[in-house]
Design a protein around this ligand. Structure first.
Ligand code: NDP
Length: 251
């Protein structure tokens, strides 16, 4: 289930968390990987990985990331992983919150797809977008984050339909994967330890996700093993969203 060696892959936001696990997995599978983030190159990033300091929400930065990858050759994989979260209801959401979340989670994904699609349409390729269970069921107090991920799911289907013969486009929808982003969400709970214990109990898998759980699915979706799979959103949540709302242990 490995990707063809020497594929050129862009993974946005590969400095940490899920993005880093995807970078590592694709590199181990033989791809040449380009990644980005808004800060300096992380010191522990493998030296074979090309780092571009860039903000995907900016059109010019998206162009720079794609041009850097094109220097290596035709791009056959794009993983739109960079994303941010603001934990607020609609009433509390400010204009700045709106700009942050929508610019990165929606416009960032759009920018990157628009830049890679011309070349990818010629040579063929796979785009994987990081959606979320939050785009399917609503996490409390995360209104525009939830909506931004529903946008990602919809854009995924549109790209699959419009570029079908040569480009496959799928989304992965993680549940609670333990990273800086999910830990910051737990930290906002009235009782973070209780919130975490309650969330854990609701997972049939009885564990939270690991970044590698997402990277494994991405590796399959960029491989030829999934060549008839496009326009789909794959939930990776340890069964959280299929469980009945009745708290486990009460029966
Ligand atoms: P982290 O916050 O741990 O990592 C996010 C990465 O994206 C960082 O490297 C960050 O680097 C980068 N990034 C953020 N904004 C930008 C930007 N504008 N341009 C370029 N890079 C950017 O998040 P996770 O690893 O947890 O999440 C990764 C993706 O998975 C996100 O899209 C998230 O919404 C999604 N997801 C995560 C879940 C979870 O439970 N963790 C659940 C469902 C979905 P920097 O800040 O330095 O720019």
């Amino acid at each position: 289930m490995t990707i063809k060696r020497n594929k050129i892959a862009i993974v946005t936001g590969g400095g940490r968390g899920i993005g880093r696990a995807i970078v590592t997995r694709l590199r181990n599978d033989g791809a040449q990987v380009v990644t980005c983030g808004r800060g300096a190159r992380p010191q522990d990033l493998d030296e074979s990985v090309l780092w571009v300091k860039a903000d995907v929400s900016k059109t010019e930065d998206a162009k720079r990331i794609v041009n850097a990858a094109l220097e290596l050759g035709p791009i056959s994989v794009l993983v739109n992983n960079a994303g941010i979260q603001v934990e607020k209801t609609v009433r509390d959401t400010t204009d700045d919150d709106w700009c942050c979340v929508v610019d990165v989670n929606c416009k960032g994904v759009f920018n990157m797809c628009r830049e890679v699609l011309p070349g990818m349409t010629e040579g063929g390729g796979a785009i994987i977008n990081l959606g979320s269970i939050a785009g399917i069921v609503s996490e409390p107090s995360m209104a525009i984050y939830n909506a931004s991920k529903a946008f990602v799911h919809s854009l995924t289907r549109s790209i699959a339909v419009d570029y079908g013969p040569t480009v496959r486009c799928n989304a992965v929808c993680p549940g609670w994967i333990l990273t800086a982003l999910s830990e910051s969400a737990f930290a906002l709970a009235k009782d973070p330890a209780k919130a975490k214990a309650d969330a854990l109990a609701r997972h049939p898998a009885r564990r939270f996700g690991r970044p590698e759980d997402v990277a494994n699915t991405v590796a399959w979706l960029v491989s030829d093993e999934s060549e008839f799979v496009t326009g789909q959103c794959f939930t990776i949540d340890g069964g959280l969203t299929v469980a009945s709302p009745i708290q486990p242990g009460l029966f």
